[in-house]
Design a protein around this ligand. Sequence first.
Ligand code: ANZ
Length: 920
Amino acid sequence: MDYHFSEIEKKWQQRWREDKTYSASNDSKDPKYYVLDMFPYPSGAGLHVGHPLGYIASDIYARFKRHKGFNVLHPMGYDAFGLPAEQYAIQTGQHPAITTEQNIARYREQLDKIGFSFDWDRQVKTCDPEYYRWTQWIFIQLFDSWYDRSQDQARPIKDLIEYFEKNGSQGIRAACSEVMDFSAEEWNAMDEIRQSEVLLNYRLAYRSESMVNWCPELGTVLANDEVKDGVSERGGYPVVQKKMMQWSLRISAYAQRLLDGLERIDWTESLKESQRNWIGRSEGASIHFAIKDHDDQIEVFSTRPDTIFGATFMVLAPEHELVRAITTPEQRDSVEKYIDQTSRRSERDRMADTKTVTGVFTGAYAKHPFSGKDIPIWIADYVLAGYGTGAVMAVPGHDSRDHAFAQNFGLPIVEVVAGGNVQEEAFEAKEGEMVNSDFLNGMQVKEAIAETIRRMEEMGIGTGRINYRLRDAVFGRQRYWGEPIPIWYDGKGIPHPVKEENLPVILPEVDKYLPTEDGEPPLARAVDWNYNGFERETTTMPGWAGSSWYFLRYMDPHNEKEFVSRKAEEYWKNVDLYIGGSEHATGHLLYARFWQKFFFDRGWVTMDEPFQKLINQGMIQGMSAFAHRKKGSNTFISYHLVGDQETTPIHVDVSMVHNDQLDLEAFKAWREEFGKAEFITDNGVVHVSREVEKMSKSKFNVVTPDAVIEEHGADALRMYEMFLGPIEQSKPWNTQGLSGVTGFLRKFWRLSHREGDFIVSDEVPNEKELKALHTCIKKVNEDMKNFSFNTSVSAFMICTNELTDLKCNKRSIIEPLVILLSPFAPHMAEELWEKLGHLDSVTRQPYPTHEEKHLVESTKNYPVSFNGKVRFQIALPADMGKEDVEASVMADERTAKYLDGKQIRKVIVVPGRIVNIVIG
Ligand code: ANZ
């Protein structure tokens, strides 16, 4: 019987499903291991061969861990809310739930064919009301919590209310949007509306008026990580800044813990670095400057308080709240004009633009806190409203942006750190000796920073401060296809959370998936959709809400009472291995860590980091094919004949190309315009040119796993995806390369088959066979530690070739090899395991480990020479001593033959190498 992958694979996939082979138990005495894939967004295009790369790697590892005796949790689900389904709904009127279900069905079908060991009973879909009731519940918990900086953890909001009732805001150290100062009496005297406003200033889920990234085309706001280079990440539509009432999550409260946690997890340095940069910790000082003839003060954040004597002017962000108050009448017009002008630029553009220097003088002056000198106050758009305090003390001698500004507007430049030529350019080094700086003169920068802070604290005009670039995450979306935010508003407009027993707040039906006439989000279209007659919140949650906690739900997916039970969480704890794309570095991976820390604070989970080890798989790129059309004609020239003729390369579908040759009939039938095409062939053949590009429909270079499986089988697809190269690397797909692994699989099958029949022998294996087996066992086990699956595939190939040469079909060699191969090619392994006479699945058989003794080459072939001429070889134990070697050679009958009665003069033995007999 030959290797019929298609029947074999179907048979085992069905068996696994029926037997629930990969079901993970929540009541196991075995050690746990949790292997997670980033769950997919089910898009209409289905999976191409790039998508399963990470899933295959994680599946191999999950299977390996089962062989190692672990109770493995390896689940899969769908990140099912999101923009594409909604955009499609707007175009077609089709409810996004329907398209999403269709896409999920297609994904499932495709995933099933690959033979993954997922525990499908634990599947989650973020758009399922039974799932999102808990996403809504979590939102309510965030709303009902505040962050206590003294204890460095989130606490119930009722604790804060009790505190306010007794003490007001005195002595409270809380994460908040704005520092507040009120007494207990003042708190108790506030009306309900005011108290609600004050509490929003502390809640971890809060509503406030803030500048947001507004995307008019998508009709929604976007979080910072959803905007790339001034356009939306999805769709590439322009994004502008707009002030709006918005729900946000106070992730900034967790900035330091998000940094600290990175030290305890096994992620790549580059991934950690992008989170560190996103969080952007800066150490410096907050300094208060008095304003001349004004009661207000300007607070600045500076990383270089040591340079304070070089501060020759101040700059406020145009949006700074004091601008209008301090601007003198003479300057009013130009200031207003400038404010209007900057409102049209996004924060990102302002940060990215280092060339244009613009700004306007307000007419007001600040007082230098040490020298008492007047320093002019300007506004300029290089100072951002949302960072630090939105104001800087400008030190043109030592900051290049301030330098450019001073040069442009003729403001004084003073050197305060020696070492450069500050009139020419800013000297930005963070070391050197202080000059022109009164009490700091002669100190080094580091000392001077500490001394300035000490003095300012003494005078009560400033303090040391740590600043983070991380902004709170805007959480409301003016879109339909997401979780409704579970909030209702009472008659006074005060927001309240929906009661737990009224969850989930089901996404209501609407007539159109578009905003209302007056610009309200689509949910405002819902008829009779209210909360006991009260108005409901109509924004929905962003795409990342459901994915911020799904890994916990897999632990206990059917729990109707809690989002995850304490018992399940205590057993599974956290994800041991997480595999997914690096594009989630500053989105999903940061949000999920934030939520986990929040759950930890509130005592619902025992681990404060969710993902212990993380691997980013590379991308599989497409190998595009181009036919070359002669300029201005409908004639196609075989690529080899193009030479220096001018041609237009045209993408052709890769399914019409075999060995770089275009299937002309298929090509003509592809599009009407090509029906009448003419061809200049190379011996009847039209070659295409190839180029590596992103795999995408628009480039006609998509290869689906289904097509590969149909032709070569799932085991071949699995092994080939791994064989392409190291998992973290991006690499092009090349269908032709598949023949290597398909050849290997057939060869492996044939080891135990003779003329179609399954035949293994019970003979004792010889050393060579044992060596081939144990070399492979050793390599594969080492590779598992390093997730180096491509080299394991090579090791299997070498071993199989060697055993084929040795004609080995011995059970004691084949059996361990089958187990060893099973994580990679599970269908074939199960089939052979069954043929070997086993009734249970190969899944939990102990993984083979190597024995060193089989690896050492135990015999050595000595060439035996007579007067320097090699006459024969003799196999002797490699560790045999000199005398024994000599004795064995002498005892060999061939020696007698070559001596031919002659006298031996000398016998030279080089142990492990040669034997030379000198005669004559
Ligand atoms: C005086 C100074 C002197 C500064 C010097 C730098 C060098 P990072 O490291 O990014 O935190 N800054 C503060 N708030 C700002 C804002 N809203 N928009 C633009 N710039 C702002 O940088 C902090 C430094 O960036 C601060 O330190 C401040 O300039 C500026 F030789 O203050 B510095």
